[in-house]
Design a protein around this ligand. Structure first.
Ligand code: GSH
Length: 236
């Protein structure tokens, strides 16, 4: 039984871990969504044990507690059958996840370009300027990169790495979901030019376990506390 510790009201970065656990049909507790779970999450952050997590998400797997989304997925991937079997393939999956983490940071900055301790309403002007650049340059550059990675995969363009579903594919699915939610116009425009990313997004969405998860109460709806937020004034 894996224990995931993440904020209970948002998809956020925890969603990348939830998707991997769900896709594999793994048994897990989403601890902070259970009674007294927030106390447990905070206690873990304040723990005096060696190697405390700096921030959620963090995962407990037996005795091991591990934080940082990409590190959690690098740990879980092989155990859940969601990572290539060869060393190079595993490194490449991690490389892709870290690139997705960079994109996620920038997506967060679209509504918090000045500081996370301030409200969006206190940085709207800067947010508009930051997001214009994000929409026009960064979304195309990131998604175009993933399109190139798919096209160049010697094992076929159905997956980012290797010849089977990996956590990197699931994470790209989540990023596309997030961009479509936050920037519906900009994302649609961009995805129109990216057939391989679009096909991967659709294929992941059709996976029976993912489909069931998306309809379940375990999937928290996107909202304006999370990373991907819909503020129409930021969609151009
Ligand atoms: N690089 C870390 C970032 C973790 C992170 O920023 N977590 C957020 C929630 S999504 C948080 O609670 N941060 C608190 C903080 O940075 O003080 C990861 O990818 O897991």
């Amino acid at each position: 039984m894996y224990k995931l510790y993440y904020w209970p009201e948002i998809q956020g970065r925890g969603e990348f871990v939830r998707l991997a656990l769900e896709a594999a049909g793994a048994k897990y507790q989403d601890v902070a969504r259970r009674a007294k779970g927030m106390d447990a999450l905070i206690a873990g952050l304040k723990s005096d044990a060696p190697m405390p997590p700096y921030a959620p998400p963090y995962l407990q797997d037996g005795e091991l507690v591990i934080a940082q989304t990409a590190a959690i997925l690098a740990h879980l991937g092989p155990k859940l059958g969601l990572a290539p079997k060869d060393d190079a393939g595993r490194l490449h999956a991690l490389q892709l996840q870290l690139t997705i983490a960079d994109l996620v940071d920038e997506a967060h900055n679209t509504h918090h370009p000045v500081g996370s301790a301030l409200y969006y309403e206190e940085q709207k002007k800067e947010a508009k300027r930051y997001t214009k650049n994000f929409r026009k340059l960064r979304i195309p550059k990131y998604l175009g990169y993933f399109e190139r990675v798919l096209a160049a995969n010697p094992q076929g363009p159905e997956h980012l790495v290797g010849d089977a579903l990996s956590y990197a594919d699931l994470s790209l699915f989540q990023v596309v979901e997030g961009l479509k939610y936050a920037f519906p116009k900009a994302a649609a425009r961009e995805l129109d030019t990216l057939p391989l990313v679009t096909a991967l997004h659709q294929a992941v969405g059709r996976l029976p376990r993912i489909k069931a998860y998306m309809k379940s109460k375990r999937r928290i709806a996107f909202n304006e506390q999370g990373i991907f937020r819909r503020y129409p004034e930021l969609d151009g």
